[in-house]
Ligand binder design. Structure first.
Ligand SMILES: [Zn+2]
Length: 261
């Protein structure tokens, strides 16, 4: 059976690249097909009916024509342009952080609807927290929730309940964490070779478990963490994401730069 020549997709635009005189190639994360790259002919012309539809962080509904090398957009409709996210520079940076991680962790032709929903829920949370500082729990918790759930939905959830080396249940005390070994380590086990091992405080372990157990960003409690715990959780998640991505996160550097600006 041949696949139909035209197919539909609902997708979140991640990034775009200009090609030719007035065309662009949009990378989207779609509910139905995972990551997609589509050609939007003439979309950079001011008079184009596609103008503005492919700005990063836009939820669009598309009709797409299959092509030999690249599929082409036939029709596009904006469902949500996330205006609250785009109202402020810091929120845009947070939104692009979400887009870049989705881009880095997702694959073509691999639909993962829960991951798609997570991205949209996180952008909604970022929009609601527009204007808040990076250390505000309304900003920080949904992004850390996104980090952990992205890892979970991609099959890279760090172990938070048992020691990755000996399998013993982790008692409520200080432990250690090794992103390269797969998560938390008890205090009795020897340090695995060739991995970076960090201290893991009980408070940070509890926050990570809370992020794991909570069903959606809307269900997160308003948790005022001490700065040290917030930074510890952020650092452990970033190290885990970077371990799996195996590349630098440009948006992460951008976020850190704005945080300390
Ligand atoms: Zn152990």
């Amino acid at each position: 059976m041949t696949s139909p020549r035209i197919y539909r997709a609902e997708g979140l635009t991640l990034r775009k690249a200009s090609v030719g005189e007035a065309d662009l190639i949009s990378s989207l994360y779609s509910r139905e097909h995972g990551k997609l790259e589509v050609l939007a002919r003439g979309a950079r012309r001011l008079t184009s009916r596609l103008m503005g539809h492919f700005e990063p962080l836009t939820l669009v509904r598309l009709s797409i024509v299959r092509g030999r090398s690249l599929d082409t957009v036939a029709e596009a409709e904006v469902i949500n342009a996330f205006p609250a996210v785009k109202a402020e520079y810091a929120s845009v940076a947070r939104g692009l952080y979400v887009a870049e991680l989705i881009d880095g962790f997702s694959a073509a032709a691999a639909a993962n609807p829960p991951l798609f929903d997570l991205a949209l829920q996180t952008l909604d949370a970022v929009g609601r927290a527009s204007g808040a500082a990076d250390d505000d729990p309304a900003v920080d918790l949904p992004l850390r929730y996104f980090d952990l759930q992205l890892l979970r939905l991609s099959g890279f959830l760090p172990e938070l309940y048992q020691c990755v080396e000996c399998g013993a249940d982790l008692e409520p005390e200080r432990h250690r964490f090794a992103a390269g070994a797969g998560g938390a380590l008890c205090s009795d086990c020897a340090t695995p070779p060739d991995v970076i091992v960090r201290p893991l405080s009980l408070s940070a372990l509890k926050v990570l478990r809370l992020l794991h157990r909570t069903e959606s960003p809307d269900g997160l409690p308003r948790l005022d963490m001490p700065a040290s715990v917030r930074q510890e959780v952020h650092g452990l998640l970033t190290e885990t994401l970077q371990h799996w991505l195996d590349r630098q996160l440009r948006s992460q550097a951008f976020l850190d730069a704005t945080e300390f600006a």
